[in-house]
Write a protein that binds this ligand. Structure first.
Ligand SMILES: CC1=C(/C=C/C(C)=C/C=C/C(C)=C/C=O)C(C)(C)CCC1
Ligand SMILES: [Fe+2]
Length: 438
């Protein structure tokens, strides 16, 4: 196990920009053609400096090209400004999620202020290591900051740097966008203390732009679908994904929050972005549903108990209810587990999750008897999930579907529709997935 641990989480990975022919055991179906793109951290040491957290590592892009029963593999580091500055300085000079660094040689890029509250915060990283986004015909490496990087899906070369902030006021975004059947992208981000407000912004990037436009850019045609005010100006929720059904966008405002005052002073205090996240177990978790046609939020207040979650599984509508599945935790120990100092041979002692991932299903009635009495359960579908009418809103409790799964996937053709199967990794108390389940 400890060697699996080391192979998974440490050591700088080599890049293989030229295609390597894979050895295929068995046979691949002939219909399987195309390129599978993957992203993730590949380098955690630069010169004498080391990142603290696995989510900090420099983005390494991977591709698997499937053609006529053969597979070719390539990999290439994303040449982000972050990568280039770090390599040039031969040390970490750009801050990441779990590592605070101080710019020096590349001051011009990263010394620009994050300008509300303070002028000392460097610009966020463009080390886009988490996911790949398809916007129009283009592919982008993404993270959770306002920067994404266009890439060439064939050669894995790094192209333009796109700043979401130029098109929509967001400082952080999710790396789990949704797509509709026409290929339009839906994503959301948080606009922090902009014009005296902090809000969550849902936006759409169209898949195509008018023919006559010379330099085609989907981002120029980005549309704000709706913004939801944060319950707190200085403590907006952190979120890693959101849900989509045929008619609604689902946003879960959890009491796992960014502390903006801490963020604004993190740089001068020498603490990390990660330390600006906090869970308040005594608060509620609020559900928001935005009608995709009217672009208005459903006005009923829906809430549940405090929780921390990262991944939506899927969501759909049935008989006037919205049903959505998420993988949730009773505390925020998950991100803490990925500090590299813990991910060594003693990981079994060091990395114990104190909360097990639990797949929960919420069943939320949008149409219900307005005269129902306080205390009555408004769910009319066969489920152990409840939605109890209270004086100030509707209190939802989930049905527990199962425990010990993470990284959920569904057949995306069923996104927003009732699904049968979920593909996930089994995750118990340690961060090494041991099985693929479905
Ligand atoms: C740099 C940076 C951030 C980075 C977050 C990252 C990199 C999160 C990765 C999450 C993953 C990989 C989750 C998997 O389930 C924040 C906190 C948004 C805020 C400010 C700057
Ligand atoms: Fe994720």
């Amino acid at each position: 196990m400890s060697s699996a641990m080391e192979a998974l989480y440490s050591g700088n990975k080599d890049e293989h920009p030229e295609p390597i022919k894979a050895e295929v055991r068995g046979q691949l179906p002939t219909w399987l053609q195309g390129i599978l793109l993957r992203n993730g951290p590949g380098m955690h040491t630069i010169g004498d400096s080391k990142y603290n957290h696995w989510f900090d590592g420099l983005a390494l892009l991977h591709s698997f090209t499937f053609k006529n029963g053969e597979v070719y593999y390539r990999s290439k580091y994303l040449r982000s400004d972050t990568y280039n500055c770090n390599v040039e300085a031969n040390r970490i000079v750009v801050s990441e999620f779990g590592t605070m660094a101080y710019p020096d040689p590349c001051k011009n890029i990263f010394a620009k202020a994050f300008c509300y509250l303070s002028h000392t915060i460097p610009e966020f990283t463009d080390n886009c290591l988490i996911n790949i986004l398809k916007a129009g015909d283009d592919f982008y490496a993404t993270s959770e900051t306002n920067f994404i990087r266009k890439i060439n899906p064939q050669t894995l070369e790094t192209l333009d740097k796109v700043d979401y902030n130029k098109y929509v006021a967001v400082n952080v975004t999710t790396s789990h966008p949704h797509y509709d059947s026409a290929g339009n992208v839906f994503n959301m981000g948080t606009s922090i203390v902009d014009k005296g407000r902090t809000k969550y912004v849902l936006f759409k990037i169209p898949s195509s732009v008018p023919e006559q436009e010379k330099k085609k850019s989907c981002f120029k045609h980005l549309e704000v679908v709706c913004s939801i005010p944060s319950r707190s100006l200085l403590h907006p929720s952190y979120y890693h994904s959101f849900g989509l059904t045929e008619n609604y966008i689902i946003f879960v405002e959890q009491p796992f929050r960014l502390d903006i005052v801490k963020m604004a002073t993190a740089y001068i205090r020498g603490v990390t972005w990660a330390s600006c996240l906090a869970f308040n177990k005594d608060d509620k978790t609020w559900f928001h549903f935005v009608d995709r046609k009217t672009k208005k939020e459903v006005s009923t207040k829906f809430y549940t108990d405090a929780m921390v979650f990262f991944h939506h599984v899927n969501a759909y509508e049935e008989d006037g209810h919205i049903i959505f599945d998420i993988i949730s935790y009773t505390d925020n120990s998950l991100y803490d587990m990925f500090y590299l100092k813990n991910l060594n041979k003693d990981f079994e002692e060091n990395t114990k999750l104190t909360a097990i991932p639990t797949c929960k299903r919420f069943v939320v009635p949008l149409q219900f008897d307005k005269d129902a009495g306080v205390g009555s359960n408004l769910v009319t579908l066969p489920s152990t999930a409840t939605a109890v009418k209270e004086k100030d809103g509707i209190y939802c409790q989930p049905e527990i579907l199962c425990e010990g799964i993470e990284l959920p996937r569904i057949n995306y053709d069923y996104n927003g529709k009732k699904h049968k199967y979920v593909f996930a990794t089994e995750l118990q108390w340690s961060p090494i997935p041991t099985k693929v389940l479905f």
